[in-house]
Design a protein around this ligand. Sequence first.
Ligand code: GDP
Length: 533
Amino acid sequence: MQEQVDKIIKKEVERRRTFGIISHPDAGKTTLTEKLLLYGGAIQMAGTVKSRKANRHATSDWMAMEQERGISVTTSVMKFNYRDYEINLLDTPGHQDFSEDTYRVLTAVDSALMVIDCAKGVENQTKKLMEVCRMRDTPIITFINKMDREGIDPFDLLSDIEETLKIECAPLSWPIGMGSDFKGTYNMHKGELHLFSATHGGSIQKGEVITDLNSPRLDELLGSQADQLREELDLLQGAGYPFDKERYLAGKQTPVFFGSAINNFGVQEMLNSFVELAPCPGPRASTTREVSPFESDFSAFAFKIQANMDPAHRDRIAFMRICSGKFTRGMKVRHHRIGKDFQIANATIFMAQDRTGVEEAWPGDIIGVHNHGTIKIGDTFTSSKDELKFTGIPNFAPEHFRRVRLKDPLKSKQLNKGLHQLAEEGAVQLFKPLGNNDNILGAVGLLQFEVIMSRLKGEYSVEALYEPVEFHTARWLSSDDIKELEGIKKRYPRFVALDGDDNLTFLAPSQWRLQQAEEEWPKISFQKTREHQ
Ligand code: GDP
């Protein structure tokens, strides 16, 4: 019996691929997502992705949109089947100001797809997201997009990725020309040449495939570009890194594909390699041991909390990533941080096409659980009583700060409640300096502040305003030497604060002051990220 269960878990784990897309805005993430969903047969989703995206630059629209029931639910996790694989594509907010959310989503994936605009090369946001991937050595496949436009020379693009992101590139496909000369790609992995036709449009078409590089048909179709391709492939053999699956899985090498998402060219080629190469859910670290996905006991952690899915009920949904075992609807689990059992009666299992009738979920899948304020980001849940706490779901040092001032001082209780809840949700970080009663908010992106103000008003009836503060960055403090910590607290009562979880934090007014403090207190470690507790 147990053997049977183990076999089923193994099969379900091995056919799952849970990933996220990292890219700089406008590189083509939405377009590519739509095409991927097309292959998964989730065609009606394509419109949803677009409509959400269309408004993303306006805050008010963004907020109204998030509040529209359904849209965020369906787009937070897009689950689709492709061949024998079950794919969970975790959406990351389009606007870079919500990158903190994106960072956390990346803690719940097993691999990532990096989209790069061939005319821009590696951009800022991609660089930051790559740093986050590096924290867990997340394997990354690269898709160089917009080859139908003039861009940077492909060899230079590879050097750019290698130098800027410090990762080896192993091209698995190679473009034939670019822009108006773009003729297709040669897949080195499969030894196939795919010819591009701009009529590919949104539908799935095979296009002409040539398997022999020396075929005269190639010269007939490509003219002088045929010889150029042969030369470039020769050059690559000498200069490029050969694909090494181990190095890819270790996050040291990225297989690279070229294509054009809008023309649906090169997408299926990439998707085929993705399902074959990308890792299935793997073991995850906890404070006590490594948890294998094949264990029969269920375990999961919360990585995202989303509020206002339904404005009529102030509900909050906690998104949990399953790490091991099987989830069944109505299952009783232990909530380790608060040490209580609870029944997950009304979990949502996210499917791109169909959200009803799914009764079970497996490692790599994401379930949404109604949260009445008891679930925080980073919380661990298990079906067994085995004490467990998953690690690797960090808070990131904010880069923007504001002081919150109440318009009506009598509302300070509501303000505190609101700020605490919003901080727990991960919408913003809250700091209270030791030396005064200020409420300092920290955010990775500026738009977060606007959302908070509007939610304080809408959900907590608190009218507040922001004042600028001098802070520039934050570092979490820790040390075995209590005396040192007491020392810094005394020395900088305005800069040392407690965060929402009562951790000591140094709010630095400048890079220089931070450096000075680090030199002054060598026994204290100043951390840029902090694990949730
Ligand atoms: P996102 O911000 O990364 O989600 O980017 P989008 O998918 O919205 O794409 C940004 C812009 O680039 C849109 O105008 C797309 O139509 C366009 N785009 C996406 N893929 C391609 C492509 O392969 N070729 C060209 N020429 N444009 C593209």
